[in-house]
Design a protein around this ligand. Structure first.
Ligand code: C5P
Length: 402
């Protein structure tokens, strides 16, 4: 679990978005986090301390003068003790008033006091939720800039319909989005400042307006790599063939259908990329004579399809004048490593991630081999996200320092 052993103080201030924090408290625990809720008086107007206690299995702290009934908070000083040993303070929802208080160092209740009293190595994550006019008011924007300058991380807000009936920026992020962002926050920033370009999924080569040739690639590995690279601090562009997978948080996605569309999209970004990871299962051939109208079933001979070769996207990127660091994937049915070594040389790329074709498509875990000029590193069977994080670390270690 991605938040195993992490102690998170979850602060709640006044706002209807408190209802989403009931869910967030559960999702953080699903990831293994220990969650201690602290609520302001205004938060209590929206959900009860009993709800949050039931959801976390722990007494909720509200009052700076509250004596500790459980003997867990030393000297009945919760404003100090609650953050000692914590890995982060997450305030969700963070109201305009609360952000203003943090910006000015005001501390007139338990939550604002513990934020000020936390040690400098305990990160503060603020998750704003407020009406669009409150969010865009210059005073709030000044305060947000100030808390960021003081080291806080601000997650969101999103734009959209608001509970007040107005529309715009100020919606709190959803619990599943915050889960992904908070997990990402704790990942090492091995690719900070790097631009990473990734292809993922299958391609689809039309035969006629309703039929085509595709393959069984699910896109899961490429999407996991996009997520892992973003978690590591990179700016990520994901060029995806047809797949229903959700876009990882913070990733720029470009949807394409055919190999040629994928090639064109990739070449448009490749010049600016520091790393290119070709995960897509690109069709080697396309139908040379696709029909403009739907082919009809006739009694005679079936239609004859002619094929022509698609561009090799990875090879074209690898032979640019100033190519990014290029990583290829190879699914082989036999002689996995020998075939990967041959491909490494043929495509003139830095690193190949090889696996058995029988394992590769659609599965959630597999064994991988990283093959480069130096040798072979075998990554034992693990989830695609675990592999993706390891591959990102291996790439980061091989990049030239800037
Ligand atoms: O040559 P082969 O298809 O086995 O190589 C696989 C690698 O090359 C993968 O990284 C795949 O994404 C990439 N590739 C490509 N364009 C193609 C074919 C493969 O980028 N037309």
């Amino acid at each position: 679990m991605d938040l195993d052993g992490k102690r998170i103080v979850l602060g709640m201030t006044g706002g209807i978005a408190c209802y989403k924090v009931c869910e967030l408290a559960r999702r953080l625990q699903d990831e293994g986090a220990d969650v201690q809720v602290v609520m302001t008086q205004a938060a209590l107007k929206f959900v009860t301390a009993t709800s949050m206690q039931a959801l976390t299995g722990k007494p909720v702290f509200v009052d700076a003068w509250q004596a500790d009934a459980n003997g867990r908070v030393d000297d009945a000083m919760p404003h100090i003790a609650l953050t000692r040993g914590a890995d982060a303070v997450v305030v969700a929802p963070a109201s305009a008033d609360f952000i203003a208080k943090v910006a000015h160092g005001l501390c007139d209740d338990l939550l604002s006091t513990l934020v000020l009293a936390r040690a400098p190595d305990v990160p503060l994550l603020l998750v704003p939720a407020m009406n669009v006019e409150m969010w865009s008011h210059p005073a709030t924007q000044r305060n947000v800039a100030q808390v960021k300058a003081d080291g806080a991380t601000v997650l969101g807000p999103a734009s959209g319909a608001q509970a007040c009936g107005e529309v715009g920026l100020g919606r709190m992020l959803e619990a599943h989005e915050l889960r992904e962002d908070i997990v990402a926050f704790f990942q090492p920033k091995l690719l900070a400042g790097r631009r990473v370009l990734i292809t993922a999924g299958p391609t689809f080569e039309p035969i006629d307006p309703v039929r085509g040739i595709t393959n069984l690639s699910s896109g899961k590995m490429g999407f996991a790599l996009a997520r892992a690279a973003r978690e590591a601090g990179a700016a990520v562009t994901l060029v995806a063939g047809p797949t229903a997978l959700a876009t990882p948080r913070g990733v720029q996605r470009v949807d394409v259908r055919t190999a040629r569309e994928m090639h064109d999209a990739v070449m448009g970004y490749a010049h600016h990329a520091d790393v290119f990871i070709a995960v897509a299962a690109v069709a080697d051939w396309r139908v040379a004579n696709p029909s403009k109208t739907k082919l009809k079933r006739t009694k005679g001979a079936p239609p004859a399809l002619m094929f022509e070769a698609n561009p090799d996207i990875l090879a074209d990127v690898a032979t640019l004048k100033r190519p990014p660091y290029c990583v290829g994937f190879a699914a082989e049915s036999d002689d996995v490593i020998a075939n990967a070594q041959a491909k490494l040389q043929a495509k003139r790329i830095a690193l190949i991630v090889a696996n058995r074709a029988q394992d590769a498509f659609g599965a959630d875990d597999s064994e991988l081999h990283l093959v480069d000029a130096v040798g072979v590193t075998t990554l034992p069977r693990a989830s695609k996200l675990a592999h993706a994080r390891r591959i990102v670390a291996e790439i980061a270690a091989r990049l030239q320092p800037r």
